[in-house]
Design a protein around this ligand. Structure first.
Ligand code: IFM
Length: 380
């Protein structure tokens, strides 16, 4: 679960974005009320047989004004960790899941180096507050998705559309990961530090078309591989035609990572257009006739194993940090779960180092671009 999607009434950049009418999905409002009832959510997870619980910390609640930390908010998350521990649920803590405090984009934006210090401070305070029961950290959720949406096409806060800013933002996010890892390790010796990376299957719309196939290679390198390079080699260079290159170097990054988290949902079919304006088009399709999910995504467990292999090439333990589907009528969920867990069984036999699976999501939650319509929850 992520704080904004379940807690409700979080005073952050996303709330302002919604009030300004910039979302398709309408307001998040009270969400699932988890700020008040996290412990009930945790009990429900335990009752389902789970042994881990991923949640994120709202930076805007913890540091509502720059440099001023809200001890009560930190204490709220610390209480949750104690309860998770008592229920036998391993807390998996995310520090940045898309939203920012209201002051952040004006005072220390991701395009400036000040962001790294700001995030480091927030991470240190949070790690100290949550303490040694919080052993497992996915510092950043889907940093590339944040950069693409927030800095390259401006669809989500801060609503910037600039390749230069996107390159800077990614560099500083990765530096912030490194800073956070150091702070968490100092506060909680033995903590395991990871990242949650959204990985996507890509297929040529016309199986034999060389241009569609080339597009698939470019997309896979940009979307899936660049972040693996960053955490594996400490440098990355991602090219998105025609004019975008996100490149950088952070030699300390590999040592700041203990495990790699894969968020996997679906696959896109790419078609080369080359009509001057657009290089290609992408769409979800249903070649196997399984039926798309409620938000139109292909159900395709077959695209999962190659991505796990690609992630395993990093040489670190893997976790599936997200996997699930929007299915309000619950007609596809059981088969989806069986098929994807089956992939993990096969991965284990193959010797891939997959150490855990976190389903997305425990309860229905606010979906960033689509509001309350897609129902990802195991529980309504
Ligand atoms: O709900 C989101 C989550 O916040 C990040 N990963 C993808 C999920 C489904 O869109």
């Amino acid at each position: 679960m992520s704080h904004y999607q379940v807690e409700g009434n979080d005073p952050c950049d996303w709330t302002d974005w919604e009030s300004a009418g910039k979302t398709r999905g309408g307001p998040c409002g009270r969400a699932a009320g988890s700020w008040e009832r996290y412990e009930e959510d945790a009990e429900a997870a335990a009752a389902l047989g789970a042994n881990a619980f991923r949640f994120s910390v709202s930076w805007s609640r913890v540091e509502p004004r720059r440099g001023e930390f809200d001890e009560a908010a930190l204490e709220r998350y610390a209480r949750l960790v104690v309860r998770l521990d008592a229920l036998g649920l391993e807390p998996v803590v995310t520090l940045l899941h898309y939203t920012h405090p209201r002051w952040f984009h004006d005072e220390t934006p991701w395009t400036s180096t000040a962001s790294v210090d700001a995030f480091g401070r927030f991470s240190a305070r949070t790690a100290r507050a949550l303490g040694p029961k919080a052993r497992c950290w996915t510092v950043l959720n889907e940093p590339l998705v944040l950069v693409l949406g927030g800095y390259l096409d401006g669809q989500v806060p801060p609503g910037i559309a600039s390749a230069r800013d996107a390159a800077r933002a990614l560099d500083h996010l990765l530096a912030a990961h490194e800073a956070a890892a150091a702070e968490i390790r100092a506060a909680i010796p033995g903590a395991a530090i990871g990242v949650a990376h959204n990985m996507m299957g890509f297929a040529p719309e016309r199986a034999r078309n060389p241009f569609d196939r080339a597009l698939v290679r470019v997309a896979g390198r940009f979307y899936n591989q660049a972040l693996l390079d960053a955490f594996g080699e400490g440098r990355w260079s991602a090219y998105l035609p025609p004019f975008t290159r996100l490149a950088g170097r952070r030699p300390g990054l590999p040592a700041s990572l203990d495990f790699f988290g894969v968020n996997y949902y679906s696959r896109l079919h790419l078609r080369f257009l080359g009509d001057g304006g657009r290089i290609g088009s992408f769409a979800y399709r249903d070649p196997h006739g399984r039926g798309l999910t409620d938000n139109g995504w292909e159900v395709v467990p077959e695209a999962f194993p190659p991505l796990l292999r690609q992630a395993a090439s990093l040489g670190k333990p893997l976790f599936v940090t997200e996997n699930g589907l929007a299915d309000a009528a619950d007609t596809k969920r059981a088969a989806f779960l069986e098929a994807h867990v089956g992939v993990l069984q096969a991965a284990e036999v193959e010797g891939l180092p997959v150490h855990g699976y976190l389903h997305w999501s425990l309860v229905d939650n606010y979906e960033w671009l689509d509001g309350w319509e897609p129902r990802f929850g195991l529980l309504e």
